[in-house]
Design a protein around this ligand. Structure first.
Ligand code: SF4
Ligand code: SF4
Length: 215
């Protein structure tokens, strides 16, 4: 799970529409949880993980994740380490229905093309078949509802803007590091897990968009 090396190719070749048949049935064997190649977490994923474990997003990042700077995007990224997932327990995922979106949808993948959310099929050898199911059925079965997709679109939109901004600016390494350091808390930290996620995220998105205009 989480191997995004060939994501561009899959996005191009394996796109599926919401009404297309998606004949995958998960056997819940858990193999994808202890043999994955890194799971990138969004603020949405961190928020719901923090709600589930009754803690803060900072705690989730420091205990279960690592941070790095994306090669291409130059953005700070939060990820679960490759290999055996720290959220995995003998009885399954400790995040339950609030697990990261990548995990909820797997092996269905999601991307952003020309301002639109698109889904793609990742070939796997696990699971059973369920030819009566559509992509939309699969998403709903796994708690990926409209709110999740709405966040994903806003998130992709924001990170595309930041990436473009960074590539257009001629930052010195020091300036780039300072900019990235500014983004980390705004993007990922200090969400109030007793309040609505969406309004908090929108405030942060607007804040970053203002910063991009002002510097
Ligand atoms: S997605 Fe595949 S590997 Fe993962 S739990 Fe389901 S059947 Fe097992
Ligand atoms: S977060 Fe949960 S579902 Fe995702 S890889 Fe880890 S244990 Fe598996």
């Amino acid at each position: 799970m989480g191997n995004m090396d060939n994501k561009a190719e899959l996005l191009h070749n394996n796109q599926v529409g919401k009404e297309d048949i998606y004949d995958f049935k998960c056997k819940k064997c858990g193999k994808c949880c202890y043999n994955h190649t890194g799971i990138i977490l969004t603020p949405y994923d961190l928020f719901w993980a923090a709600v589930k474990l009754n803690t803060s997003t900072e705690d989730i990042v420091s205990k279960y994740c690592y941070r790095y700077i994306g090669d291409q995007s130059k953005l700070p990224i939060v990820s679960v380490k490759a290999g055996s997932c720290p959220f995995h327990t003998p009885t399954g995922c400790m995040l339950g229905e609030m697990k990261p979106t990548i995990c909820r949808m797997y092996p269905l993948g999601r991307g952003y093309v020309d301002g639109k959310i698109v889904y793609f099929n990742q070939p796997v050898t696990c699971g059973d078949r369920n030819p009566a199911q559509t992509v939309d059925d699969w998403l709903k079965l796994n708690d990926v509802f409209e709110e999740n997709e709405r966040f994903s679109k806003a998130w992709y939109d924001l990170i595309s803007k930041i990436t473009l901004f960074v590539h257009e600016r001629n930052f010195t390494p020091r300036e780039l590091e300072a900019f990235q350091g500014t983004l980390i808390p705004i993007l990922y930290m200090c969400y109030d897990t007793r309040a609505y996620f969406w309004s908090q995220f929108l405030d942060r998105k607007e804040c970053i968009e203002r910063i991009l205009k002002e510097i």
